[in-house]
Ligand binder design. Sequence first.
Ligand SMILES: [Zn+2]
Length: 92
Amino acid sequence: MPSDHEPGPLEVPLGAEVEPTIGAEECRAALRSAALLLDGVERALVALDDGSYGRCQVCGTAIEDGDLEADPLATRCRQHRPSGAGRPWDGA
Ligand SMILES: [Zn+2]
């Protein structure tokens, strides 16, 4: 019975180069927007805890249900949302 080492399926040849599929700039941009999104989620969780979730940061008015459905991270009512902003978590 031979007990020689058999190469496993996970072995990668030494010196093999892995090609990046996106550039450094694209990667930075993707990480930046992921960080902003994460920040918005964390703020929403804090707001849920302290009972301020769904209320405008500026005037305290309840944000409309439809708006929260469209963007659960919305932090401002229609009146106080920066114009043209599709990403309310950018503001503050
Ligand atoms: Zn408001």
